[in-house]
Design a protein around this ligand. Structure first.
Ligand SMILES: *Cc1c(COP(=O)(O)O)cnc(C)c1O
Length: 334
């Protein structure tokens, strides 16, 4: 069922901003002269890949940990995540002295396991699939009373991600269009709720990859549906929105003006542009807004902000992409 939960509102996002202020970094915005020329409006890049742990996921995770009762904090938090949510939650938990376990399957590459351990969390390797890892989470929730923190469909997580919206509005008060990388919709729901409460005229555009754009398919279907996950350079945007989605599907349907899809070639071109022209290192998921701009798919009547949402890319892969090699993860995965 969707629709029975009220939307996360501005008050919750302002509260989140105060709650996470000591842990989370205020990230800068840079004006891009080349992209501004291309669009005919000022284009600013929100450098959220410079956030601690390398992505905005730290905002939601920190707010979710801060929202726990003392008793819940004592028993600890848990998640299944091989990526940025796991890193963010591990750091957030450690920062408030809360125990954290991240469960993953045996198939997860060692580099990702090390990345999460480096943030101070316990990593449990269970079974051969995400589903088996999920079963261990359910056991720890039932037996040890740990609290599961999901990556996007959760009030405190959405409110935490929304702080990015408040922050960018302070930085670029006349922003007209905001480009937001879109997967499960926690980031875009929070950012759209914050911005539309303050300035309903701001256009919010979600950007996903063509390969496995789960939220886009669900919006077309009018309800959460199963969407096959495919290999993509935007690996942090993979995965479904959950058939029992309670908040992000409804909030995205209501608050987001448009969804634009980008191809693998366009994502690679954006990673290259962001490196050589903007002098920043971002992962594929963080580059999709710039990919849409470079492809000429974004029109705006005023200033644009594109959120560079994360920077956790394999540096060998990054090197090959910026060197102009044709890195096709869809072929390599086959
Ligand atoms: C998680 C993630 C996203 C998508 O966020 P959702 O809240 O799932 O829509 C975008 N970019 C990066 C780098 C991420 O880690």
């Amino acid at each position: 069922m969707t629709g029975q939960h009220s939307f996360v509102d501005l008050a919750e996002i302002e509260q989140a901003r105060a709650a996470i202020a000591g842990t989370v970094r205020l990230t800068p915005v840079n004006l891009s002269p080349q992209l501004s020329d291309l669009v005919g409006q000022p284009v600013h890049l929100k450098l959220e890949h410079t956030q601690i742990t390398g992505s905005f996921k730290l905002r939601g995770a920190t707010n979710a940990v801060a929202s726990l009762s003392d008793d819940e904090k004592r028993r600890g938090v848990i998640a299944v995540s091989t990526g940025n949510h796991g890193r963010g939650l591990a750091f957030a938990a450690k920062a408030s002295g809360v125990k954290c376990i991240i469960c993953m399957s045996k198939l997860v590459p060692q580099a990702k396991i090390d990345g999460i351990r480096a943030q101070g969390a316990e990593v449990r390797i269970i079974g051969r699939s995400q589903d088996e890892a999920q079963e261990e989470v359910a056991r720890l929730v039932a037996d040890d009373g740990m609290t599961m923190i999901p990556p996007f469909d959760h009030r405190a997580v959405i409110a935490g991600q929304g702080t990015l919206g408040l922050e960018l509005l302070d930085q670029i008060p006349d922003v007209a269009t905001v480009l937001v990388p879109l997967s499960g919709g926690g980031l875009i729901s929070g950012v759209a709720a914050a911005l539309k409460a303050r300035r309903p005229d701001i256009r919010i555009i979600g950007i996903s990859m063509e390969r496995g754009a789960a939220m886009h398919e669900c919006l077309k279907a009018g309800r959460p549906v199963h969407v096959e996950e495919l290999a993509t350079l935007a690996d942090s945007l993979g995965g479904g929105i959950g058939l029992d989605n309670t908040l992000t599907f409804a909030m995205t349907s209501k608050l987001v003006d448009e969804v634009v899809l980008v191809s693998e070639t366009e994502i690679a071109a954006a990673i290259r542009h962001i490196y050589w022209q903007e002098r920043q290192i971002v992962e594929g998921s963080g580059a999709v807004g710039v990919a849409a701009l470079l492809a000429g798919r974004i029109k705006s009547a005023g200033p644009v902000v594109s959120i560079l949402s994360g920077g956790n890319i394999d540096m060998n892969q990054h090197f090959r992409i910026i060197s102009g090699e044709d890195v096709d993860v869809t072929r390599e995965a086959a």
